[in-house]
Design a protein around this ligand. Structure first.
Ligand SMILES: NC(=O)c1ccc[n+]([C@@H]2O[C@H](COP(=O)([O-])OP(=O)(O)OC[C@H]3O[C@@H](n4cnc5c(N)ncnc54)[C@H](O)[C@@H]3O)[C@@H](O)[C@H]2O)c1
Ligand SMILES: [Zn+2]
Length: 355
């Protein structure tokens, strides 16, 4: 696979400069800037103070966290945009992590049948994954991404300087999606990740371009996810169910990237059972996850609920569970039917390893 290219409307570099240039080239009747309280505190000052063209922008602040990625918050935003005289020539700038880019993309793609939006992702996860590929959406009753659109931003700016205020926990959440990119598409990149010292922000910044290129190579070949794009769901069938389970108020708070890391261990275990990766390869994935992510200690009585939640996954067909599994490191087989017993054994394997 060619992994050198980036999306045509995505730029890696200084966000204030690039946003200023974009706003000088394009005329909008109204500019809205969507933030949460953390990006308001850590990211807005470097933009609003320096980008003249952003001076008239109205700041729309939502509460941080996955719970804001819902239809209620989307409706509130549409109402506020109306009150502030938003029209079809308005622009929405989404400054934040994956919650802001998913929600903001969704809100913009439907407001007055669609207005332009710009993504300025500020978490590692959003920079390498959520802001690329045109998927927008919200959750419905704790079920992930049930309602959404495919809609491309007019511009995406990836500025690694925003990562400086991120916690190590959030950096590792981004790392989970980077590892996913490596595992499904690029064996050398997987080795590069394993070798990275991951101490400084620069260590993480150095890993960003290759991850973006892998994601872009996959989504540009299959924008509507009819085939190979499903590879990007590796770790997500079980991961999303665990994330939904955690959102139901159980055991502990769990980030999307952390749930994906658990899902990758489980789904790699199923890949190993099929003879598609070796036990040694599975062990390396497992050690990587154990080393970097907190253990999520579910009791076996909860496994049935996780399985129930998995039945809502959008990749399923006619009631069967389907997932993307590893076919070696750096390769993937999509649409693999997996039975409930395999899922339960995979969850048991994760719990045994995590303890
Ligand atoms: N659309 C896609 O293709 C796609 C892909 C992967 C993930 N996602 C979605 O992305 C979401 C997860 O994204 P996330 O992990 O970025 O979560 P997030 O948006 O909740 O951000 C994580 C936390 O970091 C804070 N934050 C953001 N930028 C900061 C900064 N620069 N400094 C300090 N704090 C900052 C946020 O306020 C939040 O508390 C999930 O909803 C997931 O479903 C979407
Ligand atoms: Zn994800």
């Amino acid at each position: 696979m060619s992994t050198g290219a980036t999306p045509p409307n995505l730029h890696i570099g200084n966000a204030p400069d690039m946003l200023q240039q974009f706003l000088e080239r394009n005329t909008y009747s109204r500019i809205f800037l969507l933030v949460d309280e953390n990006t308001q505190e850590f990211c807005v000052p470097s933009l609003v103070g320096t980008v003249d063209a952003l001076a008239p922008a109205e700041i729309l602040e939502i509460e941080s966290g996955e719970a804001s990625k819902c239809l209620d918050v989307a409706s509130q935003l549409w109402r506020v945009m109306n009150e502030l005289n938003g029209d079809r020539h308005s622009l929405l700038v989404n400054l934040g992590g994956g919650v802001i880019t998913d929600l903001g993309g969704f809100v913009a793609s439907l407001y007055k049948r669609g207005i332009d939006f710009v993504h300025i992702p500020t978490t590692l996860l959003a920079q390498v994954d959520a802001s690329i590929g045109g998927k927008t959406g919200v959750d419905l009753d704790n079920l992930k991404n049930m309602v959404g659109t495919f809609s491309e931003p007019a511009l995406t700016i990836v500025d690694g300087e925003f990562l400086r205020s991120l916690s190590r926990r959030e950096l590792f959440c981004g790392l989970a999606e980077m590892a996913k990119h490596a595992l499904v598409a690029d064996k050398d990149y997987w080795e590069e990740i394993l070798k990275s010292p991951m101490q400084s922000i620069e260590d993480f910044q150095a890993l960003i371009p290759r991850s973006i290129a892998i994601k872009w190579a996959i989504v540009s070949a299959d924008p509507k996810e009819t085939g190979e794009r499903k590879a990007l769901n590796f770790g997500h069938t079980i991961g999303h169910a665990i994330e939904s389970f955690a959102m139901e108020g159980a055991i502990m708070d769990l980030r999307h990237g952390e749930a994906v890391a658990i899902g990758m261990v489980c789904e790699a275990w199923i890949s190993m059972q099929r003879g598609w990766i070796s036990e040694q390869e599975l062990n390396r994935i497992c050690c990587f996850v154990k080393d970097k992510f907190p253990a999520f200690l579910m009791d076996e009585v909860h496994f049935q609920r996780v399985l129930e939640l998995m039945r809502h996954d959008k990749k399923n067909k006619a009631g069967t569970i389907r997932m993307a599994l590893l076919k070696g490191i750096g390769a993937c087989k999509v649409d693999v039917e997996v039975n409930a017993q395999e899922v339960l054994r995979a969850l048991k394997y994760y719990i045994a390893q995590a303890c």
